[in-house]
Design a protein around this ligand. Structure first.
Ligand SMILES: NC(=O)C1=CN([C@@H]2O[C@H](COP(=O)(O)OP(=O)(O)OC[C@H]3O[C@@H](n4cnc5c(N)ncnc54)[C@H](OP(=O)(O)O)[C@@H]3O)[C@@H](O)[C@H]2O)C=CC1
Ligand SMILES: O=CCCC(=O)O
Length: 289
């Protein structure tokens, strides 16, 4: 099966590599074209523009930073829209808001193409090992056709109905994750400042009701101020912002998420946006009596 892949950042690189290793023919494009070279060494072809990739491939996947990037790749000159049409499927796996997804869906389907949004839960390592959780919504036929690719990329796929539901599910999950990261960081600071060994806190947490892979995976690195990016903080803050907008639209009060968003914004303003989202710990460590 020939698949196009647009966007070779942390996630897109790992996902397209996985498709190649599992026997898919992959044609890649990235805004910074030089990032395609590593994939070429593993057998990928390069498309010079998103339009060229769509022209060549029946199925094209995108994994882009944010709503602006997702829209630009579809609507700008040499974009997806120029070559989409009957028999072409487009799957946007980026984390965006439901409005962005709907706008893209409307444009693609009005030209006869099929559209699926399919954001993912899981980060760099699950992307490398094909253990993502895929949150798809939109064209059911395209979903079914894409299952061989989803089976390589993820450990489980959900079909959530109409376009927008995948985006909403992803934003709710990341809103919870960002809030929990802030509470976790506060706990680490509180344990240390009150005279406990924070490593003991990690051991105790890991045995109790709130044990989870995020505390276990990121806790030891946070205690060493190691924030090598798996999920960049700027993207987590984008997701908090989009989730808070969803809360506004639905009149849901979210004071915890709003406070967490403030910490992520502060971290971004201090230049920590390209580090892992756990770098919000640096902000919470700064709080004094
Ligand atoms: N990292 C993670 O753990 C996870 C991330 N996500 C989501 O997946 C998406 C990608 O994340 P990730 O790979 O970490 O992000 P990166 O920042 O590593 O990569 C972003 C990608 O988007 C491209 N891009 C940015 N702006 C534009 C633009 N205007 N036009 C075209 N391309 C653009 C970048 O191109 P260039 O190389 O030229 O800058 C790059 O390929 C995001 O929506 C994120 O929220 C979802 C689950 C987990
Ligand atoms: O959107 C990013 C999710 C990161 C994760 O699930 O660990």
């Amino acid at each position: 099966m020939e698949v196009g892949f647009l966007g070779l950042g942390i996630m897109g690189k790992a996902m397209s590599m996985n498709l190649l290793k599992n026997g898919f023919k992959v044609t890649v494009w990235n805004r910074t074209l030089s990032k395609c070279n590593e994939l070429v060494e593993f057998g990928a072809s390069i498309g010079e523009t998103p339009a060229q990739v769509v022209k060549k491939c029946k199925l094209t996947i995108a994994m882009l930073s944010d709503p602006a990037a997702a829209l630009s790749v579809v609507f700008d000159k040499d974009g997806v829209l120029e070559q989409t049409g009957s028999g072409k499927g487009y799957i946007d796996m980026s984390t965006v808001d439901p409005e962005t997804s709907s706008k893209i869906c409307q444009a693609i389907t009005s030209k006869g193409g099929a559209f699926l949004e399919a954001p993912v839960s899981g980060s760099k390592q699950p992307a490398e090992t094909g253990q993502l959780v895929i949150l798809a919504a939109g064209d059911k036929g395209l979903y079914e056709e894409s299952i061989p690719a989803f089976d390589v990329l993820g450990k489980k796929s959900f079909f959530l109905g109409q376009v927008g539901n995948g985006a909403k599910m992803k934003l709710v999950i990341n809103m919870i994750m960002g809030s929990v990261m802030n509470a976790f960081s506060e706990g680490l600071v509180l344990s240390e400042r009150s005279g406990l060994n924070p490593h003991d806190l990690l051991d105790v947490l890991d045995l109790g009701a709130i044990a989870n892979p995020m505390f276990k995976g990121k806790g030891p690195a946070m205690l060493k101020s190691n924030y090598s990016p798996a999920f960049p903080l700027k993207h987590q803050q984008k997701d908090m912002r989009l989730a808070l907008a969803l809360g506004d639209e639905n009149a849901v009060s979210m004071p915890v998420a709003a406070a967490a968003n403030e910490s992520f914004k502060k971290a971004r303003s201090m230049g920590l946006g390209d580090l892992d989202f756990s770098a919000v710990h640096e902000i919470l460590k700064m709080t004094k009596d």
